[in-house]
Design a protein around this ligand. Structure first.
Ligand SMILES: N[C@@H](CCC(=O)N[C@@H](CS)C(=O)NCC(=O)O)C(=O)O
Length: 232
């Protein structure tokens, strides 16, 4: 039976998993749950059934692969990295993947927190603090081409998603960071990733459904900030 990946109808935490699966050429069923409309953004569609799967920690994204019933995005990515040879093979490589993984998490958390804070505060915060964070990442990636040089790993897809969310928000933040821009281009040039992002299975938006800026991009006439009940 094909593995099953489950998540909401936005990119959020599932995006790097979908990119990895596309790159590895894995055939899987994608189960999409619909989040409710603003301002509640109800998660009942999944929450009402999440205890029925037998997960240790019922949540989404989830990945069911035979006897493996996984939640926790990072556990899923590492599992898939090991299974499909998309992980470091000795200590120096493994620790570099760990570093990329956690730095991408920090950056994503920072962006999410800022975007949930509302537009004005977010713009100010990002203009002041983001360039320093991106500069560290730019240096870390260097000439790449990927986190581990020639070898593609699960950590690349985490870094890609976070930077792409930022690019969708406002591409000018990446203007001075050639290594990061080149990194995004190289991930998108991986043949299976290229086919995936050009297919109707992929869409740049929505990323969370709850950020005011993305709501405006999807529905330009919307000018009010939606009330967020929870962060992702
Ligand atoms: N640490 C978890 C967080 C998972 C999480 O917060 N999932 C959110 C969606 S982004 C959710 O709706 N979970 C279902 C629930 O709260 O019942 C992970 O990385 O997978």
């Amino acid at each position: 039976m094909a593995p099953v990946l489950g998540y909401w109808d936005f990119r959020g935490l599932v995006d790097p998993i979908r990119l990895l699966l596309a790159h590895a050429g894995v055939d899987y069923e994608y189960k999409v749950y619909k989040i409710g409309p603003a301002p509640e953004f109800s998660k009942d569609e999944f929450r009402s059934i999440k205890h029925e799967f037998g997960f240790d920690f019922p949540n989404s994204p989830y990945y069911i692969d035979g006897d493996f019933k996984l939640t926790q995005k990072m556990a899923i990515l590492r599992y898939l990295g090991r299974k499909h040879g998309l992980i470091g093979s000795e200590e120096a490589e493994l620790t570099r993947c760990d570093l990329a993984e956690q730095a991408a998490e920090d950056l994503a958390y920072y962006l999410y927190r800022s975007w949930f804070a509302g537009e004005e505060a977010s713009r100010k915060d990002l203009s002041e603090n983001l360039p320093g964070k991106l500069s560290e990442f730019d240096k870390f990636i260097g000439s790449g081409p990927f986190v581990l040089g020639e070898k593609v790993t699960y950590s690349d897809f985490l870094v890609y998603s976070t930077l792409d969310y930022l690019r969708v928000y406002d591409e000018s933040f990446l203007e001075n960071f050639d290594s990061l821009k080149n990194f995004l281009t190289r991930i998108e040039a991986l043949p299976n990733v290229d086919a995936f992002i050009k297919s109707d299975k992929f869409s740049r938006l929505p990323i969370s459904r709850q950020f005011a800026w993305e709501l405006k991009k999807i529905t330009p006439e919307v000018t009010e900030t939606p009330v967020s009940k929870s962060s992702e």
